[in-house]
Ligand binder design. Structure first.
Ligand SMILES: [Zn+2]
Length: 202
């Protein structure tokens, strides 16, 4: 009986530790500890300022002020994104991980005007205010809305970048029919990721 209990315990323990592997452990890298420690936002420095994001090799963010957003919050948001992406779509070749580790996020306090963009359901809109942009070269521009990352379009822009990394196209019309890639499941994944961020008060 005791043997059985121990065996069950070991099996549970292994399955729990394994489930986290693809999501979080791959981002741990002690080689970069020193850089993370030294890359701190300086409130008396010039803005916008570039800060390295911990746990994500070469990822960085450009901030308009130090509390938009503390680097640990951005790092956690990106990890939550990755966990959700892997749960829904997997990342066997590590392309999404690679994209995240090489991403630059620029936070802006103002929205941008854009000539042409698509709504979530593929409707073409002209001369509209946009709140986020996913550019080639793993560059993301995001309007820093209402003080929380969960209320910004970061999760949405990361889906564009993950699609670009895995299919070659960022799918600008989302669930529309002009470009392929984005499905209802991507939209649902974003909502789940945002819920998780809210649970962390991020
Ligand atoms: Zn979009």
């Amino acid at each position: 009986m005791l043997k059985k209990i121990i065996l069950v315990f070991i099996v549970i323990f292994i399955s729990v530790t394994c489930s986290g592997d693809q999501g979080f452990r791959i981002f741990h890298d002690s080689e970069h500890k020193l850089i993370y420690k030294n890359s701190i936002c300086n409130p008396n420095g010039e803005f916008p300022q570039m800060v390295i994001i911990p746990f994500l090799k070469r990822a960085a963010q450009i901030v308009p002020r130090c509390n938009t957003y503390p680097k640990h919050k951005t790092a956690l948001a990106m990890m939550v994104f990755y966990q959700q992406w892997v749960d829904h779509f997997g990342d066997d070749h590590g392309l999404v991980k690679e994209m995240l580790e090489d991403t630059v996020i620029e936070w802006d306090l103002k929205k941008k005007k854009f000539k042409k963009a698509y709504s979530l359901y593929g409707e073409k809109k002209e001369n509209i205010n946009i709140i986020g942009l996913a550019k080639p070269g793993n560059y993301i521009w995001v309007w820093a809305a209402y003080g929380k990352i969960s209320e910004t379009s970061l999760m949405h822009e990361l889906v564009h970048q993950a699609l670009r990394a895995t299919t070659g196209s960022g799918d600008p019309d989302h669930e529309g029919d002009i470009y392929s890639g984005w499905t209802w499941e991507h939209t649902s994944m974003i909502n789940k990721a945002k819920k998780t961020l809210r649970a962390f008060n991020i």
